[in-house]
Design a binder for this molecule. Structure first.
Ligand SMILES: Nc1ncnc2c1ncn2[C@@H]1O[C@H](COP(=O)(O)OP(=O)(O)O)[C@@H](O)[C@H]1O
Ligand SMILES: [Mg+2]
Length: 365
């Protein structure tokens, strides 16, 4: 078994899949009809962590309570069948957004609507089980996220049993075999253990497992960041093909804009727990507005041959326990002025995109 077995299908296959997807558009959508409503809507979503020292230390050492705003009011929509990518350096709150959307964390503030319902309210009820089936997550590290003592059949089959999708052992084998085939692995691979696979193959096993419950929404947290570049492309192609075949909706998280360019429809750039720019992919790559977005793009070799001088990535993300006043990006920004140091820019509509930057809105850039 080698990486090649899962190569992206030929062009003809992709055309056939397109036809299937296009024809499917004429059929009624699965689930309740929601008109033009997006499948996923986050409104002012926030999550704060209490990272205070233990109570006794606080009393003895006179330390205050410390709250870390990992995600501080993030809003976005994702239309069914499309991909929103979230990018930003490490520590910007991307994984926390992912965990909020799959119900691993409850929000401190704000709302997550899935297919028109308040997801966090539903997670708490008996119907929450059904909702969890519709939303699945793929994690960054395929070494850590697969149980090394389980066979692939057990790993991929567990959600099928847990959600009562199959019961008989013969059915389970058939279904696990189909899932493995859908990610370019062989049905017989179900007899093996995770250590018998390469990194890319393991990530395919994670994808097969995530697909077991036939979810509509996949939250992918840096799914290819732990893989070699050549293998990354294979996994990304599989994800794109699966999206076309199954009409999947993705939240795709990455710190790498080059990867995001491959897979997204819309891109949200996060900085210190907030969105600073949200734009269609083409607009964002051709006309990046926010100085932070420009800085991230400048870091990619050969991405922008504009003749404009490049600004290498400078400085680092500030300590989230002690964020700078005004715009959180101001200590690193080449266009900073007094207003930026005192007044926090809100994310607002501007020329068809959403942006949080005084310099852009005042026409200084
Ligand atoms: N469970 C947690 N408890 C305390 N702090 C956390 C927790 N999870 C994340 N953080 C903090 O929240 C911030 C955002 O983290 P994270 O969402 O993992 O960012 P990213 O995925 O963009 O690297 C970081 O400063 C991180 O240290
Ligand atoms: Mg992360």
């Amino acid at each position: 078994m080698n990486e090649k077995s899962g190569e992206a299908p030929s062009k003809i296959d992709i055309q056939a899949m397109n036809d299937v997807v296009n024809n499917a558009a004429a059929l009624p959508a699965a689930g309740p009809l929601t008109g033009d409503k997006p499948l996923v809507r986050a409104t002012d979503l926030a999550r704060t962590f209490d990272v205070s020292a233990p109570w006794l230390n606080r009393v003895l050492e006179g330390k205050p309570r410390q709250l870390l705003r990992a995600v501080d009011g993030v809003s976005f929509d994702i239309a069914r069948g499309t991909t929103l990518a979230l990018v930003g350096e490490s520590g910007c709150g991307k994984s926390t957004v992912a965990r909020l959307l799959v119900g691993l964390y409850a929000p401190t503030r704000g709302e997550f609507e899935f297919d028109g319902q308040d997801a966090h309210a539903v997670f708490k009820t008996p119907q929450g089980h059904h909702l969890r089936r519709r939303i699945q997550m793929i994690f960054q590290d395929p070494y850590a996220s697969l149980n090394p003592r389980w066979t692939v059949e057990h790993i991929v089959g567990e959600p099928l049993l847990e959600h009562g999708i199959v019961s008989a052992s013969a059915d389970l084998k058939v279904k696990v075999g189909e899932l493995l085939k859908s990610v370019g692995l062989a049905p017989l691979d179900m007899l093996k253990y995770p250590h018998q696979f390469s990194g890319g193959q393991r990530q395919r096993i994670s994808i097969a497992r995530a697909l077991a419950t036939e979810p509509e929404f996949l939250v992918c947290d840096e799914p290819t960041s732990a893989l070699d570049v050549s293998v990354q492309a294979q996994v990304l192609n599989i994800m794109k093909d699966l999206q076309k075949q199954r009409g999947l909706t993705y939240l795709f998280i990455s710190h790498n804009l080059a990867v995001v360019r491959h897979v997204s429809d819309t891109v949200g750039v996060m900085y210190l727990g907030r969105l600073v720019e949200l734009a269609p992919k083409k607009t964002l790559f051709e006309h990046p507005r926010h100085p932070y977005t420009r800085m991230l793009l400048d870091a990619i070799p050969d991405m922008r041959q504009t003749g404009r001088s490049r600004t290498p990535v400078q400085g680092e993300v500030p300590n989230p326990l002690n964020p700078p006043p005004g715009c959180a990006f101001n200590p690193r920004c080449p266009h900073v002025n007094d207003r930026c140091r005192t007044e926090r820019p809100a994310l607002s509509e501007w020329q068809g995109i959403r942006i949080a930057c005084h310099a852009v809105q005042e026409g200084r850039i």
